[in-house]
Design a protein around this ligand. Structure first.
Ligand code: NAP
Length: 276
């Protein structure tokens, strides 16, 4: 019997998930499907009833449903609760389980792009304090990073995040970068700055240690101005496309029963669909 999975959102045509999962299904010759389904907010409860009927093994959830599905799931992973968003659903025995794989995607991307990055990592700087920052903070906490400084345009949002997640987090404005940078082994941009080539003003990356790693979870463009500036200073960099690919791995494994690989060929396929 064909195993079916999906991504739901509203609208849904921007999602790259069908290409990612479709490529893995084809590569492995699995009798499965992965379809994009436009589900309007008002239709979400009815869609969950369809899920409980066993039509699908599970699927992904994207904007605007990542918070709304909490109330509809039969169970939700504790880390997804801390992150405040569900992006993956797994259906078993008529019950829908919600989880969040973004933090695993972030870790998988850095493990692949900068092996050993978290060994002896003492201090990190996270730029941005929105939804994606939560997944990154959970990820950094899981690797035992001693101190994470959250820098954000609206400092109150950074402070709220620091208070919400258990861990050694402090909140600042972007002007604190100059003072904090010399001890930071990692800089992660989770803000939307960088999208379509927008850039941070006044972040002096030259103040970072020479072995610092700079990563951006924004992947449109793939090399954001932040990454370009870091490369110009010979700092190590990892781009954000891998996070998108690696976050898809646990879902595929849960639905189709085999763990897929993020290969250079897969990256190239998705890269071809991005702005440069
Ligand atoms: P979000 O919840 O809307 O948060 C947006 C963040 O960007 C906030 O910190 C906000 O600061 C800041 N920001 C927005 N406009 C700004 C501006 N003009 N100047 C300064 N700061 C600004 O968004 P999100 O869901 O966290 O997503 C953030 C980015 O991560 C998006 O580009 C998204 O595509 C990307 N992302 C990538 C992946 C991946 O797999 N690679 C996964 C998830 C998200 P304030 O608090 O001051 O408003």
């Amino acid at each position: 019997m064909t195993i079916k999975a999906f991504v739901i959102g509203h609208p849904i045509n921007h999602s790259r998930s069908p290409l990612i999962h479709g490529t893995w299904l084809a590569e492995r010759g699995i009798d499965g499907s992965y379809e994009a389904i436009d589900v309007a907010p008002a239709e979400l409860p009815a869609f969950f009833e369809r899920l409980r009927s066993g039509e699908f093994a599970g699927g992904n959830v994207t904007i605007p449903h990542k918070e709304a599905v909490f109330a509809l799931c039969d169970s939700v992973d504790p880390l997804a609760k801390i992150i405040g968003a569900v992006n993956t659903l797994v259906v078993r025995d008529g019950k829908v389980h919600g989880t969040n794989t973004d933090y695993l995607g972030f870790l998988g991307n850095l493990d692949a792009g900068a092996p050993g990055w978290s060994d002896d990592l003492d201090e990190a700087i996270v730029l941005g304090a929105g939804g994606a920052a939560r997944a990154v903070l959970v990820a950094l906490r899981s690797r035992g990073v001693r101190q994470v400084h959250i820098l954000n345009r609206t400092v109150a949002n950074a402070a709220q995040l620091a208070a919400h997640i258990d861990g050694s987090f402090s909140a600042h404005g972007y002007e604190a970068f100059a003072e904090l940078a010399p001890k930071a082994g990692l800089v992660v941009n989770t803000s939307s700055i960088g999208m379509h080539g927008t850039r941070f003003e006044g972040l002096d990356l030259a103040r970072l240690p020479a072995n610092a790693l700079v990563t951006d979870i924004v992947y449109t463009p793939q090399v954001t101005p932040l990454l370009a500036d870091a490369r110009a200073l010979d700092l190590r960099t990892v781009d954000g496309l891998g996070m998108l690919l690696h976050q898809a791995v646990p879902g595929f494994e849960a639905w189709f029963g085999t763990r897929p690989l993020v290969t250079p060929a897969m990256r190239a396929r998705i890269e071809a669909t991005l702005e440069h």
